[in-house]
Design a protein around this ligand. Structure first.
Ligand code: GLC
Length: 555
């Protein structure tokens, strides 16, 4: 349709008639009625409107059967056009502003925290937490009996140290079967019941995953020493002299050579920990696949995450060259401790992070379900090589662990100073890659308890520090009530693994069936126990600060 305007008249081309419009005579079309010259033959597709006719249209009430042409006549007038255009552009501008605002709010607002960020992690050493069957060793049923303790403390994430089938040379860190529960701790049914009950109560279960080594009783090791073709290279073997089995100067974390001669195979195998913990050979693709299958096994059962054990040791240099001595003048035969060498060839080797990233990707397959994020934390003592630790955060585009354990507050000395603590906090915060999540650890099964390392008077303040620093705190069972190490009489070793002190009953409530406990109960259990701590009223100064502080999520 075209609309041409001449002086005082309007010409409409291809116009259509408004069927709702009736002329005054009632029998003609609008075009016939409003023509210039009555009787003149008119083109049915064009109409001329003079000022008189236009005036006639103005008599019509707006929209009451007005033909489109007339509407156009009005709508192009400035008083209608300008407000219309203003309204149009205002709507466009408002819509754009709204979209931009929404994007900005989404981009700027803090992400929803995942479960591993919004609660402290509580480490259970299962041998010592609660013994349900009275054999002196804690077990999975015992843990299930005590789940209310976590609800009282406002803790949602629970890491349980290993409970795989094991000869227990390293208390479960020597795994004989990665798919079985050690009978000391219970059965697979007990595990499944525990996990179901934890999930019912809104708790998450983190397991230990121990990839670096197995027990020497593991089926793979037996087949490997027999040179079964499939398993031959499952471990790190090398030729050595049976009488002085030291293919190089490498030393174990637990002291002395990290090589042991195996008579069955007639070669030496590597062990970065005990000789009963042979190192797996991650250069073998079958070993890599075995570990992935084990990850799937437990994630399939529903566990919520893994604490990856001793990760920096997973790979060693294939050339097996001597490591440089810290003191080059020390006679080589006196190089027996891990502190004697720079571990250039036995820790943090190229390829390590690829393995962890691969495991992360496998875990992510299970994380897609809402609320079922599977969490990974890595254990690596890099001491003051903090940049090595930070590598486990990986990059913004390639995920690895959700955080590497921050062990810098673990070794606080007696009478530590605020300045020293501040330095350690700053060390982490300043080195952590942008956008990553901090974490803090003040105790675990390998280190002395706070009361024993920093001193009694520091228990409360260190717990407060732990719970108020930005990031996820990890606490070790018993620290919430200020338990101390025990003296293990035969060696006088200070041990942080004594039975949990639940009450002032027999064996501190750890078990009530016998007098046996696998390690002695600390004598202070009559005053230092969960029952006493929890019975303090709010107004008493001694109130346990844990439940309140655990609710804080310092960002
Ligand atoms: C980790 C564990 C430690 C164990 C070692 C070997 O460091 O915390 O207890 O002995 O790995 O598995």
């Amino acid at each position: 349709m075209s609309l041409k305007k001449h002086s005082g008249s309007l010409e409409l081309g291809e116009c259509t008639r408004n069927p709702g419009y009736r002329d005054v005579d009632g029998d003609g079309s609008a075009a016939e009625t409003i023509g210039d010259h009555p009787g003149e033959k008119r083109d049915s597709t064009s109409v001329k409107l003079d000022s008189e006719a236009a005036e006639e249209y103005t008599q019509l009430r707006p929209y009451a059967g007005m033909p489109k042409e007339v509407l156009l006549l009005y709508s192009s007038q400035a008083r209608y056009r300008v407000p219309r255009e203003i309204l149009f552009w205002l709507t466009v501008a408002c819509t754009l502003a709204l979209v931009a605002l929404t994007i900005a709010v989404i981009a700027l607002s803090p992400r929803c925290l995942s479960w591993w960020q919004s609660s402290p992690v509580y480490q259970i050493y299962p041998r010592s937490f609660k013994d349900s069957d009275g054999d002196g060793v804690g077990d999975l049923k015992g843990i299930q009996e005590q789940l209310d303790h976590f609800q009282y403390l406002n803790i949602k994430s629970v890491w349980i140290s290993p409970f795989y089938r094991s000869p227990m040379k390293d208390f479960g860190y020597d795994v004989e079967d990665f798919r079985a529960i050690d009978p000391l701790f219970g059965t697979m049914q007990d595990f499944e019941d525990l996990l179901a009950e934890m999930h019912n109560k809104g708790l998450k279960l983190i397991m230990d995953f121990i990839p670096n080594h197995t027990s020497d009783r593991h089926r793979w090791f037996n087949l490997s020493r027999l040179r079964d073709p499939h398993y031959e290279d499952y471990y790190v073997w090398t030729d050595c002299n049976a009488t002085t089995p030291r293919p190089n100067n490498w030393v174990s974390v637990f002291g002395n050579s990290s090589w042991t001669y195996d008579e069955v195979r007639g070669q030496c195998y590597l062990h970065q920990f005990l000789k009963e913990q042979p190192d797996l050979n991650f250069r073998n693709p079958h070993v890599r696949q075995e570990m992935i299958d084990i990850i799937h096994f437990w994630l399939g059962k529903g566990v919520d995450g893994f604490r990856m054990d001793a990760v920096k040791h997973i790979l060693e240099a294939a050339h097996l060259r001597d490591e440089p001595q810290v003191d080059p003048n020390k006679p080589p035969e006196l190089v027996t401790s891990e502190w004697d060498l720079h571990h250039d060839y036995t820790t943090s080797q190229l390829g390590l992070h690829d393995l962890l990233r691969e495991w992360r990707a496998e875990m992510d397959i299970y994380s897609r379900e809402p609320g079922r994020y599977r969490f990974m934390v890595t254990e690596s003592y890099d001491y003051h090589e903090v940049d090595k630790t930070m590598m486990y955060y990986s990059t913004p585009l390639v995920k690895e662990s959700d955080f590497p354990f921050n062990f810098y507050l673990l070794d606080l000395p007696q009478n530590t100073s605020g300045l020293w603590v501040q330095h350690l906090v700053h060390l982490w915060m300043a080195n952590m890659p942008k956008g990553q999540w901090a974490n803090w650890v003040v105790g675990n099964h390998d280190k002395p308890r706070i009361a024993s390392s920093s001193g009694h008077t520091y228990i409360r303040v260190i717990n407060m520090l732990l719970l108020t620093l930005p990031g996820t705190p990890t606490t070790y069972y018993g620290e919430e009530i200020g338990m101390e190490n025990i003296n293990v009489t035969d060696s006088q070793i200070q041990d942080p693994r004594s039975p949990m002190q639940w009450s002032d009953d027999m064996n501190a409530g750890f078990n009530n069936k016998t007098n046996i406990t696998w390690l002695p109960v600390h004598p202070d259990y009559r005053t230092v126990n969960v029952e006493v701590e929890n019975s303090f009223s709010m107004v008493q100064f001694g109130r346990n600060i844990w439940p309140e502080l655990a609710c804080i999520i310092p960002l």
